[in-house]
Every structure is written in structure tokens, then in C-alpha cells.
Design a protein around this ligand. Structure first.
Ligand code: ADP
Ligand code: MG
Length: 247
């Protein structure tokens, strides 16, 4: 697929006798939000982890930005511009909101940063970090210690930190989890803006968010994709209604 930034070809992953990923193929196109939905235990997180490099597939290929990344480690994939957020949080609570984004911009680890205070005075870095915080909806919160942020604000900080990596694609595993209705609404708006920076592969249970955001939806059931299509196509698909939407 010529306009795909990410392409997964017939991926397989078993845990013992359990086929958690069973011949999964999908693509993420430039500018799109592709939602991945399915019941608990369907294999959504397992698939995301194979794309980010946290676990290795048994079979199949993953192509990203024109390169095969199937055997690369997570750090190499991140350097290529694959940003994964929301499950492994890299926010350092003892630093301010602004410093956390500056840290992400320098690519320095927290330990390095503790001894490398001068970077926190860098003007260009500060401006760039402020810009990402503005995009993520955290303008005005720069000087707060990250530790005191609300759950929703922490999600926004993670997005600002992901933006600092100049990602070519986002992998988001249940970003709405644990959010109240207002937080979910704000995050929906933010993700809608974020797609212009980089396309998003979005695992999400919040169907209001999925239906509001997705250009395409793939439905995963027992490790297999049973349907891929537009919101209207997926909502009208009888198999999807039966096996997932509970109708
Ligand atoms: P989802 O994210 O769709 O809820 P997961 O990808 O977390 O589903 O899990 C898919 C299936 O694989 C589940 O049955 C889960 O118990 C199993 N599973 C996930 N990770 C492991 C693991 N490391 N070892 C064994 N089984 C696992
Ligand atoms: Mg999961």
C-alpha cells in the first residue's frame, strides 16, 4: 500500500496453545486514525506490543516508513519515529511539566538529566517544549511538578512528550481508560488534532471516541481480524454487531 506508513503482514504470535495473533494484516495510512476494537483478551495489546517491539512475533512482517522493522528493538523503532504511549509511562514526577518535555526533546534519560541541568536553560529547547505543551493542551501548566497533574493532564503530558520525538506514527493502547466523560471529550479533541502530526493506531474501548475519531476500524476477535472498514461499514456489519457490539 503506497500511502501506508505502517504495514503488518500476516503476523502470528502464540502463547502456548493460545493464538493471540492469528494471521493479522493491517495498515496505517498517512493522516488517518485507524481504530482497533475487540473484546477483552482479543489480542489488541499483544498486537500493539509486537509493533512497538516489546514482544516478537512468531511469524510475519512489520514494515514502517518503508523499512522492515520486525527484528528491531523498541529503541530503534522509536528512533525511526514509532511513538508508543500510555502503558509504559516515562513521566518523571519530580521534574516540572516543562522539564519533562525538554527531557523528551533531548532524548536524555532521567538519570542523565539529573546531572545535566544546563540543558534546562536552553532557550530553543524551552520554546520547542512550550509549543508541544500548547499542542497537547497544557499551556499554563509548564511550571507544575508532574507529580501533581491529574490523570487527564498526565495523558496530555505523555502526548506532548511523544510529540517531542517527532513521531511518524502513534500507537495508543486505550488512552481513554480511567478518564471521566470530560477528560475523554478533551482527549478526543486532542487526538483529532494529533492525526495531522502523525497517523494513529488507536486501541480503544470507548465507542463514542472510536466512532467520532476513526477513519477506519478493524475488529479483532480471538486473534483474528474479522472486519476492517469505515465507521458506517463496521456499525452495519452483522458479524461485528453479534460478536462485539453485543446486539
Ligand atoms: P486485549 O488487549 O485485546 O485485551 P491481550 O493482547 O492483552 O488482549 O491478550 C490476548 C490473549 O493473550 C489473552 O488471552 C491473554 O491472556 C493472552 N496473553 C497476553 N499476554 C500473554 C503472555 N505474556 N503470556 C501468556 N498469555 C498472554
Ligand atoms: Mg489490552
Amino acid at each position: 500500500m503506497p500511502d501506508a506508513i505502517l504495514e503488518i503482514r500476516s503476523l502470528h504470535k502464540s502463547f502456548g496453545a493460545l493464538k493471540a495473533t492469528d494471521a493479522v494484516s493491517l495498515s496505517l495510512r498517512k493522516g488517518e486514525i485507524h481504530a482497533l476494537i475487540g473484546p477483552n483478551g482479543a489480542g489488541k495489546s499483544t498486537l500493539i506490543k509486537q509493533i512497538s517491539g516489546e514482544i516478537r512475533p512468531d511469524q510475519g512482517q512489520i514494515l514502517f516508513a518503508g523499512r522492515e522493522i520486525t527484528a528491531m528493538d523498541t529503541a530503534a523503532r522509536a528512533r525511526l519515529g514509532l511513538a508508543r504511549s500510555f502503558q509504559v509511562s516515562s513521566v518523571l514526577p519530580e521534574f516540572t511539566v516543562l522539564q519533562n518535555v525538554m527531557l523528551a526533546l533531548t532524548g536524555a534519560s532521567g538519570r542523565v538529566m539529573r546531572f545535566w541541568r544546563p540543558a534546562l536553560q536552553d532557550r530553543a529547547l524551552t520554546l520547542s517544549a512550550r509549543e508541544h505543551l500548547q499542542t497537547a493542551g497544557l499551556a499554563g501548566r509548564e511550571a507544575l511538578p508532574a507529580a501533581i497533574l491529574s490523570h487527564g493532564e498526565r495523558r496530555k503530558l505523555e502526548i506532548a512528550m511523544a510529540l517531542a520525538m517527532q513521531p511518524k506514527a502513534f500507537l495508543l493502547d486505550e488512552p481513554m481508560a480511567g478518564m471521566g466523560p470530560e477528560g475523554a471529550k478533551q482527549l478526543t479533541h486532542l487526538l483529532n488534532r494529533l492525526r495531522h502530526q502523525a497517523p494513529i493506531l488507536l486501541v480503544e474501548h470507548d465507542m463514542d471516541a472510536v466512532f467520532a475519531l476513526a477513519d477506519r476500524i478493524s475488529v479483532l476477535v480471538y486473534g483474528r481480524i474479522i472486519a476492517t472498514g469505515s465507521v458506517a461499514e463496521i456499525r452495519a456489519n452483522p458479524e461485528v454487531r453479534r460478536s462485539y457490539l453485543g446486539e
